[in-house]
Design a protein around this ligand. Structure first.
Ligand SMILES: Nc1ncnc2c1ncn2[C@@H]1O[C@H](COP(=O)(O)OP(=O)(O)O)[C@@H](O)[C@H]1O
Ligand SMILES: [Mg+2]
Length: 156
């Protein structure tokens, strides 16, 4: 299952994040891919806003991961752009962050291919004219259920 939309401006990205926030549940792994500036961090920020998190959401460029505890979710935001050393994966304890009690949103998943647990949903963002194209792809049954709920929001 796949959903594609055009996000004409940042406000559309914020709305999409707010909708995604409503369908998240513990155990989900979501990959965000797309070039620098495609809007991955903006979408994560929008999801966190949707969950009610009002604090700062910085891109975890150097720390690689940031934990947010909000709306009874433990949400890990990874930015693996600078992830280079495979041995770092074991030493970092990142593996344990992926478990049935957490939601993991991962920017630059391709930087940790072979280590990263598989995604339930892949979100692909692309610069398109002045806006962004987004495609959400369900990989697992849990992911498909999420996207179904997302789609049904629009049917109402
Ligand atoms: N739908 C959109 N249309 C136009 N600009 C957007 C949209 N969504 C986000 N942006 C802008 O694009 C940039 C995306 O930056 P960022 O989210 O940091 O990208 P990434 O994390 O993919 O590198 C920001 O300047 C943001 O304001
Ligand atoms: Mg980013």
């Amino acid at each position: 299952m796949e959903i594609s939309r055009f996000l004409a401006d940042e406000n559309s990205t914020l709305k999409m994040g707010a909708e995604l926030a409503l369908v998240l549940h513990p155990g989900l792994v979501i990959y965000l891919s797309g070039d620098l500036g495609a809007g991955k961090t903006t979408l994560v920020r929008a999801i966190l806003r949707g969950l009610g998190y009002m604090g700062k959401v910085k891109s975890p460029t150097y720390t690689l991961v940031e934990l947010y505890v909000v709306s009874s979710l433990n949400l890990y935001h990874f930015d693996l752009y600078r992830f280079a050393d495979p041995e770092e994966w074991e030493g970092s304890g990142f593996r344990e962050y992926f478990n049935p009690a957490t939601v993991c949103l991962v920017e630059w998943p391709e930087k940790a291919t072979g280590f990263l647990p598989p995604a339930d949903v892949e979100i692909r963002l692309q610069i398109q004219d002045d806006g962004r194209g987004v495609t959400l792809v369900a990989i697992t049954e849990a992911g498909r259920q999420c996207l179904n709920r997302l789609q049904n929001m629009h049917a109402i």
